[in-house]
Design a protein around this ligand. Sequence first.
Ligand code: PMP
Length: 369
Amino acid sequence: MSQDGYFDYAASAPPFPEALKRFEEVSLHQFGNPSASHETGGKARETLETARTGFLARTGFSDGTLVLTSGATEANNLVLRGATMPPKGRALVAEDAHSSAHILEDSEILRVGPGGRISPETLAARISKKTSLVSIVHANNETGVIQDVKGLGAVCEKARVPLHVDGVQALGRLPLTLSELPFSFYTFSAHKFGGPRGVGGVILRKSTLAAQIKGGGQEKGMRGGTENVAGLAAALVALDLSARSLESEVPRLRRLASLLSEEIRSGIPGALLNSTPEGIPGLVSASFPDLIGEEIVVEMNLRGFAISAGSACGSGRRVASPSVMAMGRTKAQALGTVRISMGRFTTEESVRRLTAALRQVVEKQKALA
Ligand code: PMP
């Protein structure tokens, strides 16, 4: 499949060659263990700490602390467990959170309202002295909805409850200055913005986290294990490159998303759009009632396009996307959802080709349904 047919940037973005070059350089030349006392270890440590400082500066939050993990799944696990141990109450977890944040047995669900947003009033009505943590998603990975982090953070601050923001789909994809956002913990994953897979972390404001992976006491005792030095150095290069292009990429991707949304709206009868122009730039979520998203994905793949379903297929069972259902769609609508996400290689021409193929696939599947 050519990069031209790749429309799944929200799942993983093609890496920047410059980031991979940096990964190779650091792996080859700074191979020491950053915890070792000799010079080779010291060089690796210096590279790690320079990348850490650079990464925090690039996110606009030099005062923060960055705990490096193997990606956002681990980072979310670390926050959800590490910030609620010993249990002080119950965590309130947004309904549309990624599965890696729905991991506590006794957490409570914070419902999203129409349009996929959680209002500060809704949060204020649910939060209490017994709330140990509030966990929300900055930008939803399926629908692209962006939450009012400032408004929700203000409610948490007033109630003195720590706020976790899953920033996986936001960092590197939206212009952000993290120091302006009132979170306690912000999690990210490098492969979503052109860095390597398996690299992510938690950015902390003041608090600390109880380690969930225990070992040599690395990462200020919050995450054991030899650090992925090359991974963080490469992630910084990717973050730099994405941040630099955001000014032109955000409006360009918004234009492409609006073209695609319009083509779907006018060209495919019955289609429902879940994404809005204010969401993640370049992400379009559409539901085709009574069809199966996963089957559309398979057919599109045969025609040379990589898109993704808004539903997860677990052990042969089709599961309607909770994020799409949470926006008020019925099960029959949510099951027929696809997510089309664009990035730096997407062009207007490739969007038009994709739309033509999508129209044919939907028509074919409607005839079979
Ligand atoms: N949170 C969100 C919102 C995501 O989209 C993802 C990746 N789909 C994750 C967490 C997990 O990231 P990773 O798979 O890189 O661990």
